[in-house]
Design a protein around this ligand. Structure first.
Ligand code: SF4
Ligand code: SF4
Length: 107
């Protein structure tokens, strides 16, 4: 059986061309690694590289060396909230369950 192979640097380049940085609204939500319900509401665990004050990545230029996904990979893995500019026009996109709860808590 053949295995599909691709080079990460090529994926990075194509992803950067298709999904320019300027679209990002710097909300930091796609940097949530885990979310779970507790008695006190939703608890979220952010990536250790996210500065929670500024919502900016502290290793942005080298983020792929820290295991971060490209936007293209993030879409395939379903990591973005549905109102993120990179996916808001994709009809078949399904967001992770916890983003709805985050929106409700912030209303
Ligand atoms: S969810 Fe979208 S807009 Fe928010 S930080 Fe991530 S890529 Fe940017
Ligand atoms: S490496 Fe940076 S961009 Fe990637 S998830 Fe972590 S904080 Fe977010």
């Amino acid at each position: 059986m053949k295995t599909l192979r691709f080079k990460k640097d090529k994926v990075i380049k194509i992803s950067e061309e298709l999904f320019p940085d300027e679209l990002c609204e710097r909300c930091g939500r796609c940097c949530i690694l885990h979310a779970y319900k507790t008695e006190n509401g939703l608890e979220v665990i952010y990536c250790q590289h996210l500065d929670k004050e500024t919502k900016l990545c502290s290793v942005y230029k080298n983020r792929f060396e820290h295991g971060c996904l490209t936007v293209m990979e993030g879409i395939m893995a379903g990591v973005f909230p549905k109102d993120c500019p990179y996916v808001k026009d994709l009809e078949s996109y399904e967001e992770p369950w916890f983003y709805r709860l985050i929106r409700e808590e912030n209303e």
